[in-house]
Design a protein around this ligand. Structure first.
Ligand SMILES: Cc1ncc(COP(=O)(O)O)c(C=O)c1O
Length: 390
């Protein structure tokens, strides 16, 4: 497949905005914005929304997401309102006993922490937050060591491993192939929050075989807020949803006979859908963005980000900024550590003055480019970084 070229024209970002903050929020592509406006208009005349639409639109959403993450059966995808909900669903259907442990990463995003904290606390189990180890600055094997420590933390008493693919603060990449194999060895469940990777970094469920994969739509899926998509594998068949939605019951599309109450859920992971999952506003927006992502391909998006940032990182390196080794971080999300001479407040002001959007996290600048960024964006950022070094 050919290389991806810059897709800025597919977005409405003003030319003088240097938006390097997709890890905070992804911009809507123009087609998704149009789909959203059309969706709102439709609701003004309710006869335009006929019952089967409610099912077909969500079917399409499941199909598009399933294709993006390598899932054959779209009924294994649930439609939910956020990562915390998807993680709580997983937690509700897993068990942990006294003396067991749940493994997470250090400073993990809270949406994939609180359910496990409660569960481990209630059961008298240990919540093991694994960090990169002492004295390890970026580069020099920090990412590799963090991965090694994570594998070592999974032992015979591990009931659940709940991790991201890349760390939300600095993009450190976790080798989930190796971690999934380790989980299978000890019988632990693997729950992945891939919000900061899926969309810009390929993930193949058929290959990695996690038990659950949960992704919020508003970042790298370039979709709306208040929507997440989740894959649940066979371990979750026959589980209990957080809510007893009527729409996830057998025969729910038969509006004439809804009070012919059904004990059975429809198959796969659909039972884990949120109430009112057929969101007429959000579903068309998310679907339009997913169509684009499938067309562009996560491999090619990742490769685009790598090409875009390579020279920039070489030059920033000459100025004294450091970054994780390429093999152990995302090309779409990484933290730039400052030379000691950089004043963080002055740097923040200089970024704002030049319309560069990125997140300062502690002593690192989190950069998260995507296909709408180009050399102009990287050049302006480099100028700011040059000016910040005294
Ligand atoms: C790694 C990660 N997971 C999840 C979320 C969002 O979680 P929720 O959908 O529960 O608000 C974020 C938001 O920053 C995130 O960075």
């Amino acid at each position: 497949m050919s290389q991806l070229t810059c897709r800025r024209a597919d977005f409405a970002l003003p030319r003088d905005e240097h938006y390097l903050n997709c890890a905070y929020m992804g911009p809507l592509p123009r087609v998704a914005e149009e789909a959203g406006i059309a969706a709102i208009r439709r609701k003004s005349v309710p006869t335009r929304i006929v019952p089967p639409d409610a099912f077909w639109e969500t079917d399409r959403l499941r199909e598009l997401f399933a294709r993006l993450v390598g899932v054959d059966d779209p009924t294994r995808i649930a439609i939910q309102p956020g990562v915390s909900y998807g993680v709580a669903t997983a937690a509700r259907n897993l068990s942990v006993g006294a003396g067991d442990n749940v493994v997470i990463t250090h400073e993990q995003f809270p949406g994939n922490v609180y359910s496990w904290r409660r569960m481990a606390g209630d059961a008298g189990a240990e919540l093991r937050a694994v960090g990169p180890g002492d004295g390890s600055d970026v580069g020099g094997g920090r990412g590799r060591r963090w991965n090694e420590r994570l594998l070592e933390a999974v032992d015979a008493r591990t009931a659940i491993v709940a991790v991201p693919v890349v760390h939300w603060t600095d993009g450190t990449w976790f080798d989930l192939d190796a971690l999934a194999a380790r989980c299978r060895d000890v019988g632990a469940a693997l729950v992945v929050d891939a919000t900061q990777s899926v969309g810009a970094l390929a993930f193949d469920v058929a290959k990695v075989r996690p038990d659950a994969l949960i992704v919020a739509a508003y970042k790298w899926l370039l979709g709306p807020y208040s929507l997440s998509l989740a894959y649940y594998g066979p371990r979750f068949d026959d589980g209990d949803p957080l809510e007893e939605t009527w729409i996830a019951r057998e025969k729910s599309s038969d509006f004439q006979n809804l009070v012919d109450y059904q004990d059975e859920y429809v198959g796969g992971a659909i039972r884990y859908d949120v109430a009112e999952r057929s969101n007429f506003f959000l579903a068309p927006i998310a679907a339009a963005s997913l169509e684009l992502l499938n067309e562009w391909g996560p491999h090619r998006i990742q490769e685009y980000c790598r090409r875009l940032t390579r020279e920039f990182l070489d030059e920033a390196g000459e100025l004294g900024y450091t970054v994780e080794d390429e093999a152990w971080r995302g090309a779409h999300l990484f933290g730039l550590r400052m030379p000691a001479s950089v004043d963080l407040t002055a740097l923040r002001d200089a970024l704002t003055a030049r319309n560069v959007s990125a997140s300062l996290r502690g002593t690192a600048l989190r950069l998260s480019p995507n296909v709408y960024n180009d050399e102009t964006d990287m050049g302006v950022l480099l100028d700011v970084l040059k000016g910040a070094v005294r």
